[in-house]
Design a protein around this ligand. Structure first.
Ligand SMILES: [Zn+2]
Ligand SMILES: [Zn+2]
Length: 349
């Protein structure tokens, strides 16, 4: 196989068939699965395979089309992201206006581009990432393109929050499911492709929980690991504090969410990991805990909050992510979450 992708064998099988046999190709695909497992990487490889001019296996990775797509410079591969381009002259640059959405003006710009024949490739590829960021208006406008796609176009909608997409949009796409990448696969890839030390590779693969993209970023920049440690310190501190600290923390996160929602979602992921560890420890399975270097704290929280407290915390974390998806006020949603977290029995008396 020439796709050169770590994991996602099933998805690639489906897509490779669509490359080999045009009759099996859909005009729209929905890449559904968690963030940072490699969905966008597979989308790019699919765009390469569709436009590759190599003689044997596609994508070859070496022809002009393959190289330009890898560099994000191919004129026939369009990505529509949050804060992307639009044609409205009176609009300010959406990359600088703190937009958290893909707007209708961006869809309109895409419509102008999409009906033209490919400039130099065979297939014009449009990648919408994340598709759940389309506003209702934008999704509605995009639906027209999905209903009557030009012959030379393949659209790839990427999402981790499939339920946020209108059914009318989903039903017009061929769904390709993405899961996490296996721990051994991540570990091996980090060693072999990114030249990580065996110990680092093992640690990152464990913490990544299927997110190869996270592991690679964490390897390149120790910041991700440092940040994880900082968040774990914050959790420890907050759980030892009172409601005042919880409110302050919620407000701080709420402000941060307005500027960078992804960072806060990542942070909430670390919170979930922690409470999963507390749950495991309380259930007598501490050897499975991710934060194995904080066993003392885990044990003490497990004995304070028990299985019940950990389950409650995990539920609160699940709820807050759903509320954020539904565009609730972030500060309010985060306050509710922090107040829902269990309290140490001794403290309230
Ligand atoms: Zn090629
Ligand atoms: Zn605009």
């Amino acid at each position: 196989m020439s796709w050169d992708i770590v994991g996602h064998e099933k998805a690639i099988e489906v897509l490779a068939r669509a490359v080999a046999d045009e009759a099996r190709r859909s005009h729209a695909y929905l890449f559904a699965g968690p963030e940072r497992v490699g969905r966008a990487t597979v989308a790019r490889a699919f765009a390469q395979a569709l436009n590759c001019t190599g003689q044997d296996t596609r994508p070859c990775g070496e022809c002009r089309a393959c190289r330009m797509i890898a560099e994000g410079k191919h004129p026939d591969v369009e990505t529509m992201n949050i804060g992307g381009l639009c044609d409205e002259s009176e609009h300010k640059d959406h990359s600088k206006d703190k937009s958290q959405e893909i707007r209708i003006c961006q869809v309109r710009r895409l419509e102008h581009v999409i009906y033209r024949a490919p400039f130099e490739g065979r297939v014009r590829v449009v990648i919408v990432d994340p598709a759940d960021a389309l506003t209702a208006q934008a999704a509605n406008a995009f639906l027209k393109t999905l209903e009557e796609p030009p012959e030379h176009v393949v659209m790839i909608l990427i999402t981790a929050r499939e339920a946020m997409l209108p059914e009318t949009v989903r039903s017009r796409c061929r769904r390709v499911a993405f899961g996490g990448v296996g721990r051994e696969q991540i570990e091996a890839a980090l060693r072999e492709r990114w030249e990580a030390e065996p110990e680092t590779a093992a640690r990152l693969a464990r913490l990544a929980q299927g997110r190869l993209g996270w592991a690679v970023d964490a390897l390149k920049d120790n910041g991700a690991l440092d940040e994880r440690e900082e968040v774990l310190d914050e959790i420890e501190e907050l759980m030892a504090g009172g409601d005042k600290e919880r409110f302050e923390y919620a407000r701080m996160l709420g402000d941060r969410y307005q500027r960078n929602s992804t960072a806060v979602r990542d942070l909430l992921g670390i919170w979930s990991d922690w409470w999963r560890d507390v749950l495991l420890t309380a259930s007598g399975k501490e050897e499975l805990a991710l934060a194995s270097d904080r066993l003392d704290t885990l044990r003490s929280q497990a004995s304070q909050y028990g299985v019940e407290g950990a389950v409650r915390a995990l539920r609160a974390l699940q709820d807050v992510q759903q509320h954020l998806d539904e565009h609730a006020s972030p500060t309010l949603a985060l306050e509710v979450m922090l107040l829902e977290l269990p309290r140490a029995a001794a403290r309230t008396r």
